[in-house]
Design a protein around this ligand. Structure first.
Ligand code: APR
Length: 252
């Protein structure tokens, strides 16, 4: 009998439409704290879930932008881990033999692209990009911290910048949702990796794929609300499980 790892590797070798959704757990081994982790140091007294809202930004733009700049610099300083690299390698192998591969990520840290993943859909935006609240124009600030908070917009006198992330209560970008929907329409293998699967719409992607008859995989050291519904539930860290799966793939 095949182990789940070799069954998943074998399915990856033959699937024509692979869709992966990732969450904060994939970046845990890069030492990026997840949202639901306790904050440390200067930020210990804040609850991230109350900072990541349009209401918090309206009430206290200084604190909210300081926190996001702190997160931005933390993400820039972090390095992709073995899980990110393995996902980039899986994409390379699937697309090299003519398959399609879509990586839907809830992470805003940019580590998938830095690891070499190409077809990445950032469902919740990116902390690396900021936009002018007056004009909507975006840009990517350099490696130094902003000097004043909220940062002044370089595009319009008197306007400020906010991070290009989706806050609680805000809609996901249409382009991201459309890309996710298109990928799911042709999906014949679905993987959910490092996400607690509680936040819509990512939580519903597994069920959409499963309804199409696609086999489904979860990689997470802890059980979640979808663990009992997937074809293969792998209780392991993504930085360990994904390289082991790549190692078992036949196609190079
Ligand atoms: N490998 C795989 N999974 C891991 C690892 C690891 N090394 N370490 C932790 N996990 C799992 C945890 O068990 C948990 O189920 O990652 C999951 C992280 O869950 P959350 O912190 O809830 O992150 P996520 O699912 O990405 O949250 C979704 O909610 O907070 C908002 O907008 C924010 O994008 C975020 C969204």
């Amino acid at each position: 009998m095949k182990t789940p790892y070799s069954a998943i590797a074998d399915t990856l070798d033959h699937a024509s439409g692979v869709v992966v959704v990732t969450g904060a757990g994939v970046s845990a081994e890069s030492a990026i704290p997840t949202f639901r982790d306790t904050m440390t140091g200067l930020w210990a007294k804040f609850d991230p879930q109350t900072l990541a809202t349009p209401e918090a930004f309206a009430a206290d733009p200084e604190t909210v932008t300081r926190w996001y700049d702190h997160r931005r610099l933390g993400c820039l300083a972090a390095e992709p881990n073995a899980g990110h690299t393995a996902l980039a390698e899986i994409e390379r192998r699937v697309t090299a033999r003519g398959g399609s591969f879509t990586l839907l990520t809830q992470n805003v840290d940019g580590l998938h692209r830095r690891a070499g993943s190409v077809h990445v859909v950032e469902l919740h935006g990116s902390v690396a990009r900021w936009r002018c609240t007056a004009t909507g124009r975006e840009f990517e600030p350099g490696p130094d911290a902003f000097k004043t908070f909220p940062p002044p917009s370089p595009f319009e006198e008197g306007a400020v910048l906010r991070p290009c992330v989706v806050w609680f209560g805000e809609a996901l970008p249409d382009v991201a949702l459309d890309a996710a929907e298109r990928a799911l329409e042709t999906c014949d293998l679905f993987l959910s990796i490092g996400t607690s699967s509680v936040v819509w719409p990512a939580a519903g992607f597994m069920h959409a794929a499963s309804a199409r008859g696609a086999p489904t995989v979860e990689i997470n050291p802890e059980p979640t609300g979808i663990s009992d519904d997937v074809t293969w539930s792998v209780r392991a860290k993504s930085g360990e499980a994904l390289p082991a799966i790549v190692h078992l793939m036949a196609c190079h």
